[in-house]
Design a protein around this ligand. Sequence first.
Ligand code: HAM
Length: 434
Amino acid sequence: MPTPTNSLKAVRGTRDLLPPETALWNHVETIARSVFSRYGFGEIRTPIFEDTQLFARGVGEETDIVSKEMYTWEDRARAQSEKAQSLTLRPENTAGVVRAYIEHKLGDTGQLQKLFYIGPQFRRERPQRGRYRQFWQMGVEVLGPTSSGAESPLRDAEVLEMLATLLDELGVKGWRLEVNSVGSTDDRKRYNAALREALQPVKSRMCEDNQRRAETNPLRVLDSKEPADQEIINGLPKIADFLDESSQSHFAQVLAALDACGVAYTVNPRLVRGLDYYTRTTFEFTVPDGSGLGTQNALLGGGRYDGLSEMLGGPKAPGIGFAIGEDRLILTLQAQAEAEVAAKMDAYIAPMGVERNAAALALARELRRAGLSVEVGDGGFRLKKSFEAADRVARRIVILGEDELASGVLTVKTFATGEQTKVTRAEIAAALRA
Ligand code: HAM
């Protein structure tokens, strides 16, 4: 006797994506691919797991991602010649792309590399709406040797302008771009020291998390949403006062180019972002409350990482990129009721009686071959059930009964208008396309 067991479920923080929602995912990815290619990006696919060291060194040991959110395991050696290795499911894709850039010596081409990716990432976060343990990102990275112009503020502005275009083409309403500059690595060191000093006398009045951050990674205090601590945080030193001249001028040029393109933005001096590799420009796009994301209102984030390649043992390769949280983008589109893009099928063929099933399938074959999307019902359904099923999935219903088969004239009903017409077999494809 088999012992009864609990039924298995998807792991906490992961989910199945099912039709018809997957049609929206495909639609979003198709538009993203089309926009990315118009801006000269080519696709890169890197492995889903990497050496743990890549993220420890790239993203930073002190970040939340590396210190508590990674799925890491010891991969045992399978042969004497192999060594055991610590591996990690990628929590993000920038480090992997830069590793691939170094490994394949893409810098030797002297050309600017414009790469995009679409794929799942993994972080052991507390799951909630818009925050999952397996989530999807659509991202780009622009990097290359300094001589390729990779450091130019023009590249930052181009990436931001492309995002504005992409979000508009997707129909995202009310997005806001927040930008900041976190300066060079040296600027950030000086700012960190100043923050630590400013936090010293006030930190005991802050929440436990911020007290800990004040010690381990003072920049993270700026991300805090703790209402009681906001007054103290607003009074802390601002990164803008610690930028050296070249970072200041770089940032001014990014903003001037955005102005020239007519892309609206807000400078948010607290936007420092949760990954250690950022230098100079950082940014996030957010959506208004009520866009389906709850407190997770960051649709996407990114920035410049001029020292990352060197941190990973590669050549100097300044770069900038972003990653869109695709799950959040979908939630936003659904909440903003733009989800109709997952359009209904052209027709539903309803055979009247099982003896009409074969004829219905033959008609469906003809219409599908003519390029129409068609669903076929079952002759065993009552008329009412056929109408209900058709209304759910298709714009029109085609009735196929004995009379219709004998006369070759079919009855077609359009749900949106309620209009019912008779159409000859020869004209049916054109009528359904209208
Ligand atoms: P990030 O801010 O960690 O940056 O993630 C980018 C976006 O991924 C977030 O704005 C959010 O929409 C989405 N996201 C992050 N975590 C989750 C989660 N647990 N569930 C659902 N969505 C999530 C990066 O990952 C950088 N690699 C971006 C980048 C590219 N910077 C330069 N190049």
